[in-house]
Design a protein around this ligand. Structure first.
Ligand SMILES: Cc1cc2nc3c(=O)[nH]c(=O)nc-3n(C[C@H](O)[C@H](O)[C@H](O)COP(=O)(O)O)c2cc1C
Length: 489
């Protein structure tokens, strides 16, 4: 005899994760079986598939259990699994966690990184877990969302009981105890959250959670700084960025020049005694952005060497003991002197050069060693180099990629080791100072350049292998010989 369904029975229904098409996306199949995903005016080709696979794939609108895709056996199932993987790779799927296939939504998972795939990490009943100090719950529209700048996905919480469970994890809890309290779907959620770094295992030795979450490079990050870094760049978040004019029709365009204060203005023109401009004042006025480069006469390595010498090179070094007044820290700090100013003399900024066209230099990625005044090649995949150059071309709306793309990266620990709460703000200020220094040096040498406002922190990780919180891009500058004639006039 079958046991009648009851509350306990419902709780025991296995947790199921289904993948489904993002509501913005439509799948379009052509007669030959070519399938494309269409959204917001974009089209991504996904490959050629059989009619049976395309028919099954239409179920993605409602959702397909992703566990079954992993176990795909028949040719059609394997085709569907491939199509789903390709959609996931482009960030076009979202995932739903529920008690059984027919259960109501508990959590919807929205990927923030292109290749996110839901993994349920194995946790032991004896493990003790807690919420990451970078995780946060907030209202978005009518939803409650759980996010973290360390997570490749965002979790939309559909059941308030789940939100309550998450809130309890502000303090460490044994996994076994949580499982008893919450049932199998919540247990699966723990594994999902752990795999996304929203939960972490608390050290049994009782060390400070700040020290035990992640590695030494993560220790120095403040919550708001890491959130700002991941949300003001591309690569680790799915929100649109850049000049999208989101408030057209909502707020009138703010004026280019501030409305004057009402006090009596003192006309400074009457004080301009010497009207002859100094060479520096002339240089300042000559500076402008160059987006179109003359590839028939690319920048030469000697010019690049001079520009780096004038802007970034270490001039001298010294060491000072850290002294809070009692002279007893036992800690020595190294400093450098360079041509541009830097908060606290930290000089945390590094230059990575993607060389596209430079006379005397092989195409590829280089790090500028500012101490040795040398370029050190870095092995990078051709597809990542092309993607980086294409992104720069797109950002400048330029006819071709720049001759050299300079990425300004920050060694976050160098500045956050000293400054609390303002580390990232200082980095961005230093980037502004360095950008103007690069602009002026390029102008002085008859070269052209253009700052670029958007960087992709995940692409930088792919190019260099550096974790996004260890060393990451905070600015970019396109450099080369400008195509314009008489540009310096
Ligand atoms: C921080 C910063 C970011 C910028 N980002 C871009 C960019 O992404 N694309 C672009 O074409 N120009 C970019 N620019 C260049 C500005 O558009 C340019 O400085 C401005 O229009 C003034 O023109 P000028 O530099 O020729 O004087 C950026 C400039 C700065 C300082």
């Amino acid at each position: 005899m079958r046991t009648p369904p009851n509350k306990r029975g419902r709780e025991a229904a296995a947790a199921v994760i289904t993948g489904r098409l993002n509501a913005r996306v439509t799948l379009k199949a052509q007669a030959q079986g070519n399938v494309a995903a269409c959204f917001d005016g974009y089209r991504i080709e996904l490959g050629q598939f059989s009619a049976a696979a395309i028919k099954r794939a239409l179920a993605l609108r409602a959702g397909l259990p992703i566990g079954a895709l992993r176990a795909a056996r028949s040719v059609t199932e394997r085709e569907v699994a491939l199509l789903v993987r390709r959609l996931a790779h482009s960030g076009l799927l979202e995932y739903r966690l529920a008690h059984g296939r027919a259960g109501k939504d508990l959590v919807m998972i929205e990927p923030q990184m292109a290749d996110y795939w839901p993994e349920v990490a194995r946790l032991n009943a004896t493990d003790t877990v807690a919420l990451s100090r970078f995780a946060y719950l907030r209202r978005r529209g009518n939803d409650m969302v759980l996010e973290s700048p360390r997570s490749p996905a965002l979790f939309r919480i559909c059941d308030p009981k789940i939100a309550a469970t998450i809130a309890t994890l502000s303090a460490p809890h044994k996994v076994g105890r949580l499982r008893q309290m919450q049932g199998s779907a919540a247990f699966a959620l723990l594994g999902l959250l752990f795999a996304c770094n929203i939960l972490f295992k608390v050290d049994a030795k009782g060390d400070s959670p700040r020290l035990t979450e992640g590695d030494a490079s993560l220790v120095v990050w403040d919550f708001h700084d890491l959130l700002f870094h991941t949300h003001s760049t591309e690569g680790r978040q799915a929100n649109p960025t850049g000049g999208r004019y989101p408030y057209v029709g909502v707020i009138a365009p703010p004026p280019a020049v501030r409305a004057p204060w009402s006090g009596n203005a003192i006309d400074l023109e009457t004080f301009a005694a010497d009207r002859a401009r100094s060479p520096f004042a002339t240089l300042l006025r000559q500076r402008h952005s160059t987006r179109d480069f003359d590839d028939a006469q690319p920048i030469r390595i000697a010019e690049l060497a001079q520009l780096l010498d004038h802007t970034m090179r270490v001039q001298w070094k010294w060491t000072t003991p850290l002294d809070f007044g009692d002279g007893n820290t036992g800690c020595d700090i190294d400093y450098t002197r360079r041509p541009y100013p830097s908060a606290g003399s930290a000089y945390e900024l590094e230059l990575y050069l993607l060389v596209n066209h430079c006379d005397g230099l092989t195409r590829g990625l280089y790090h500028y060693d500012a101490d040795r005044h040398a370029l050190v090649p870095i092995m990078a995949r051709a597809q990542d180099i092309e993607a980086q150059l294409a992104a720069a071309q797109f950002a400048m709306d330029a006819p071709a990629p720049p001759q050299i793309l300079i990425t300004i990266a920050a060694r976050f620990d160098r500045i956050a080791w000293k400054y609390s709460g303002i580390a990232y703000a200082l980095i961005l200020r230093n980037v502004g100072v360095l950008l103007q220094t690069l602009y002026l040096a390029a102008t002085d040498q008859g070269l052209g350049g253009c700052a670029i406002g958007i960087t992709n922190i995940d692409l930088f990780t792919k190019l260099t292998g550096q974790e996004f919180y260890v060393e990451g891009p905070v600015g970019q500058f396109a450099l080369g010989r400008g195509r314009e004639v008489g540009e310096s006039g």
